[in-house]
Design a protein around this ligand. Sequence first.
Ligand SMILES: [Zn+2]
Length: 71
Amino acid sequence: MPAVAEVMSTNTPRPAPRGSDLPTCPVCADSMVAAEASAFVADNVISYLWSCDTCGYGFVTKHAVKRFSCN
Ligand SMILES: [Zn+2]
């Protein structure tokens, strides 16, 4: 019977609930805070325009959203 009690102290960082789906700047890796603009490019695809406050790089992300059934 092995008396090995190896406790793995995994220091898992807590994922930020709000920062998880926020993009980061591909240039300086700074985290984006809020999208500058958003627009629907399709029925269920929305695109966000981001601009980095640190380096000024702008990029667009696209997200699939569920179609709202409003009746
Ligand atoms: Zn940047």
